[in-house]
Design a protein around this ligand. Structure first.
Ligand code: ZN
Length: 171
């Protein structure tokens, strides 16, 4: 059962989707341009959760996660828990944004699984269209893409001894 808020989201989704896709594409390009490639440990984690081209991933550590400047889109993201105060990171195509100090194996494996999902969908547009529809239908926690990403989270790889994955991370 969708909550009233979720139903309302479903109704507003068609009008918001192009804006959301536009914002995501812009942010993704920025992260890919400014982020850091995964090191060998990060690459192993991404491969372990199924990413076909982990070498294309860029990680950008930020003090504050970006939110859309458009007020409606920003409200949307906050209401649906996509970009909320507790959000530690999110993934836009091959661009992974991580809040400073929050990088760990579990988070990187979760976000990398979203990269895998984008690869499977064929494009960021196709992924977002399906992903936001899922959130509109069943909510963030039960969205199949989120369930799948949580299911593929890993805590450690045998070879991983350090908590640093990208050279430009933190401090
Ligand atoms: Zn997720």
């Amino acid at each position: 059962m969708a909550t009233p808020q979720e139903s309302e989201f479903a109704g507003r989704l068609p009008a918001t989707l192009p804006q959301a896709i536009g914002w995501a594409a812009q942010q993704s390009a920025l992260v890919i341009q400014s982020g850091t490639p995964l090191d060998s440990r990060g690459l192993k984690i991404a491969r372990a959760v199924g990413v076909k081209h982990p070498e294309l991933i860029r990680v950008w550590t930020v003090i504050e996660l970006p939110a859309p400047s458009d007020p409606e889109l920003r409200r949307f993201a906050a209401e649906q828990n996509l970009i909320a105060p507790g959000t530690r990171g999110f993934t836009l195509g091959y661009g992974i944004l991580i809040r400073q100090g929050d990088m760990d194996v579990r988070l990187l494996s979760h976000e990398s699984r979203h990269v895998y999902q984008v690869e499977e969908a064929g494009s960021l547009d196709a992924f977002l269209t399906a992903y936001l529809k899922q959130i509109a239908d069943v909510g963030y926690d039960r969205a199949p893409c989120e369930v799948d990403a949580r299911h593929h989270e890993i805590d450690t790889l045998p070879e991983v001894k350090s908590s640093r994955f990208a050279t430009a991370v933190e401090r």
